[in-house]
Design a protein around this ligand. Structure first.
Ligand SMILES: Cc1cc2nc3c(=O)[nH]c(=O)nc-3n(C[C@H](O)[C@H](O)[C@H](O)COP(=O)(O)OP(=O)(O)OC[C@H]3O[C@@H](n4cnc5c(N)ncnc54)[C@H](O)[C@@H]3O)c2cc1C
Length: 627
């Protein structure tokens, strides 16, 4: 057995898989150690990827060369583009997935990468230098191996000192059927790290054959499904499974209340902070006592199983209360449980202890990614893994870091939020967290990020060529639209029935496209040359037209966001020394001194986003920098 690697990734969840794959594809020799190889890439909770803001993250991961998008496409059972009725900044792709296939596709992918070895074992301890300047040197496993590496990415998810709760029963373990991991938290605290406790929960799974679907409302996938990955290796679904919708009622709520005295949520046995935006059903009926119903979605777990996921009914109440209450929900009178819902409490490390590369400040070469950083969700975990894997590799090669700005990617927003502001409740991504969300759309993730990733050698040439063809296509069509004009006689036949002002004189096609009522296809009817150009664009035609229409119709908003981003970008480059001692800056407010010392921002722009650092404090820093 090889006992020396460039990089060790601890954990085979969403963060660990992406971290290992990215570093290996860049050329590092990677060992992925995980407690149970049978559940690599496991979806611990709902069998779905993407959704609002999260779908944009999956597209970004794909554009950079990660695998979450490809694997989601390959294992999808349903595809929907959410928020189609809103502006394109809000469109968010989401797949319902086959849980087993998802995990299996991850396993196959990792096994196909020559630079990755996989080891089933538990990491008990990290090896570090014994000096003041701590540096990672490897790990020690439960089976007694000491394995050396110059970088370690820790992605332990919900497993560290994890305790599961169902009613008054408590079980050690990070996920049903799996054990917890002990030792690392205590060691890291001994080295000076701060840790905290969070919790999350999951709903019951039922036998789909015991559900009366006649009482539920069917939710189909999109009529014309698309997909996550920009890569031609995956195809949109040709067949889809439906989801189903129903509601709780006052009778259900009354039964659930009978279990409150045995609920670990209410009797103080759970101390960890849970996800506010993903509350348990008992939390919902407690917090929103005036509401007499809550929505429940029934989601298929895969193509080849009858197991069904009861989304919206996450709970840690006693099992018999779960069964009795669910059976009062329309459609569930005869529901047979496969698995009860439960909650899990676990250790996390406040992410303000990290640099923007996700390397810890205390131990050089040690990176944290995923739920260990206080986030929740597969997508949030996967993108951190990708970034940690890339940055660990770059550090080993003495190359500069790979950091995405807030106007470049949701991933940039997420990491900046975590490192700068920290989080004391499970952090999930929302579009509202991104101040440049019109720039950060799901349709243009490849244009934003593939060139950046190609420059460091991760996104391959074929991905880059695709981006170049797309950009060229948009350019050629834009030039044609700016050159060609429509004459009133022809154009008005199309414009008048749509209720938009008729033309009095020849008008450039581009100006017509700015109108909300006019689509590119309408213009192609007026000027056949456009159709000829489009045919030459082959497989990318629909993406190019979509890009062109968004760029034209939202031109004003886009330019405004780009202007603001550029202004902030100028501040972005004003570097602050990482070892600056802000307590010496007597002109700063005492809160700013404290927060700046805690976060140690690397730029003025990052300092400006720390709550408690005022514009007056920024002026002090600018004076210090000689501006
Ligand atoms: C019960 C439950 C409910 C959840 N509910 C939701 C929800 O409602 N919404 C939501 O967005 N997210 C939810 N999640 C969270 C979601 O599963 C995580 O966000 C996501 O899986 C985190 O990915 P990760 O890679 O950080 O960690 P995980 O997917 O947890 O993977 C961690 C991996 O590390 C391995 N590991 C841990 N310690 C060691 C060690 N010492 N040595 C070797 N291997 C180790 C584990 O075996 C595992 O493979 C839930 C999770 C659970 C368990």
């Amino acid at each position: 057995m090889n006992l020396d690697y460039d990089l060790i990734v601890v954990g085979g969840g969403h963060a660990g898989c992406e971290a290992a794959a990215a570093a290996a594809n860049l050329g590092s020799h990677v060992l992925l150690i995980t407690m149970n190889m049978g559940v690599i890439g496991q979806m611990s909770c709902n069998p779905a990827m993407g959704g609002i803001a999260k779908g944009q993250i999956v597209r970004e991961i794909d554009a950079i060369g990660g695998y979450s998008g490809i694997i989601s496409d390959k294992s999808a059972v349903q595809f929907r583009m959410l928020n189609r009725s809103k502006g394109p900044a809000m469109w968010s792709p989401r797949t319902q997935n086959d849980r087993v296939r998802f995990a299996w596709e991850w396993r196959k992918t990792l096994e196909s990468l020559p630079n990755i070895h996989i080891l089933q074992d538990t990491v008990l301890r990290l090896l570090t230098t014994d000096t003041d300047a701590l540096r990672i040197e490897g790990v020690v496993t439960g089976l007694g191996s000491a394995i050396r590496a110059r970088a370690v990415v820790l992605t332990s998810g919900t497993f560290m000192n994890a305790v599961m709760h169902i009613g008054d029963k408590q079980l050690g373990g990070g996920r049903a059927g799996e054990t917890a991991s002990h030792g690392i938290t205590e060691q890291l605290r001994g080295l000076g790290f701060r840790s905290g406790r969070m919790k999350t929960g999951t709903p019951p799974r039922v036998d789909g054959r015991s559900v009366d679907y006649g009482q539920l409302e069917e939710q189909h996938g999109d009529n014309e499904p698309t997909k996550f990955s920009y890569s031609p290796t995956t195809k949109p679904l040709s067949q889809q499974l439906s989801c189903w919708m129903t509601y709780t009622n006052p009778e259900v709520h009354d039964i659930l209340r009978t279990g409150f005295d045995r609920s670990p949520m209410f009797n103080g046995r759970i101390s960890g902070i849970g996800p506010r935006y993903c509350p348990s059903i008992e939390d919902k009926i407690d917090r929103f006592a005036d509401r007499d119903r809550h929505q429940i979605f029934l989601e298929p777990e895969g193509w080849d199983t009858v197991e069904t996921y009861v989304n919206g009914f996450s709970t840690s109440l006693p099992q018999e209360v779960q069964v009795e209450a669910l059976r009062k929900v329309p459609g569930f009178a005869n529901a047979r449980f496969f698995r009860p819902g439960y909650a899990v409490e676990y250790d996390y490390f406040p992410p303000t202890q990290l640099n923007l590369t996700l390397e810890t400040r205390l131990v050089k070469g040690l990176y944290f990614a995923g739920q260990i950083n206080g986030t929740t969700g597969y997508e949030e975990a996967a993108c951190q893994g990708l970034m940690a894997g890339i940055n660990a590799h770059l550090m080993l090669k003495d190359s500069g870091p790979f950091i995405l700005n807030r106007d470049e990617a949701y991933i940039g927003v997420l990491i900046d939020d975590l490192v700068t502001k920290g989080t004391d409740e499970p952090y999930r991504m929302f579009t509202s967290r991104a101040e440049f969300r019109i720039l950060l759309r799901q349709d243009n993730a490849d244009l934003r990020l593939t060139p950046r990733s190609h420059a460091i050698g991760l996104a391959d040439d074929s991905r880059m060529r695709r981006v170049e063809r797309k950009l060229l296509g948009v350019d050629v069509l834009t030039t044609a639209l700016r050159r060609e004009s429509a004459v009133p006689e022809l154009a008005n036949e199309m414009l008048v029935p749509r209720g938009t002002t008729p033309l009095r004189q020849k008008t450039k096609l581009y100006d017509l496209l700015l109108r909300p009522q006019v689509r590119f296809a309408d213009l192609a009817h007026l000027v056949p040359e456009l159709s000829t150009i489009l045919e030459g664009l082959e497989d990318l035609d629909s993406e190019i037209v979509e890009q062109l229409e968004i760029e034209a119709k939202y031109e004003g908003y886009l330019n405004r966001e780009r202007d603001v981003a550029q202004k902030i970008g100028r501040l972005q480059h004003l570097q602050l020394e990482p070892d600056t001692d802000y307590s010496l800056f007597t002109s700063l407010s005492s809160e700013a001194r404290q927060k700046l010392n805690q976060v140690k921002p690397s730029t003025i722009a990052q300092a400006s986003r720390i709550s408690g650092v005022s514009p007056a404090d920024l002026n002090v820093l600018l004076v210090y920098l000689g501006r």
